[in-house]
Design a protein around this ligand. Sequence first.
Ligand code: TYD
Length: 210
Amino acid sequence: MRGRFLTFEGGDGAGKTTQIELLSQALTRAGQDPLVTREPGGTKLAEEIRHWVLHHASSIDAETEVLLMFAARSHHTREVIEPALASGRWVLCDRYTDASYAYQGGGRGLAHSLIASLEQIATGGLKPDLTILLDLGIDDGIRRTGGRGTHQDRFESEEAAFKERVRAAYHHIAETSSGRMVNLDASQAVDELYNQIKLLVNERFGVSID
Ligand code: TYD
């Protein structure tokens, strides 16, 4: 049987890494062998692209940025995600195509149609079975990532208006995704949020994780 593909989205500082780790441990306890991965990244090539896009100081125009995101995604999808799903593994991915619609579409203002064309090329239309949006107010997100100081990446250091556009784009996707993306309040305590995720996964996929 084909594995399940779950992705996690949200603004910076929403706590995706922690929740992915908790879910991965629970799935492992339930006898699964989940693959945890991230975007941009997940292959050697895609991690190199990540480094350039997030941490290189030189300016990158919006078109180049979106092409780099999708080059990384194309490699990651073909080399890692599809083979894992085909072998029956659950894949838990920290961000996927929704992030391009939110950041490069909402944030940078690139056209939806452009991103949709790139999505088709890079993913062949692969959609997550479930996407969990960890939704957090911009001020809370800035407070939580503030500790990263001068090590902020290209997107963390963007102005508040950019982050508001990203958040609005995620809300729009959640509202129009026919239940594929579920919006959860990420300002809750870690264990409360995890309980909601656990219930959702149990309900959607008929597994029993604790
Ligand atoms: P993030 O997932 O927040 O990792 P960390 O928590 O380690 O900082 O960092 C990835 C950044 O890349 C995030 O700010 C969103 C951005 N991004 C895009 O702009 N477009 C994309 O398609 C993807 C996958 C990420």
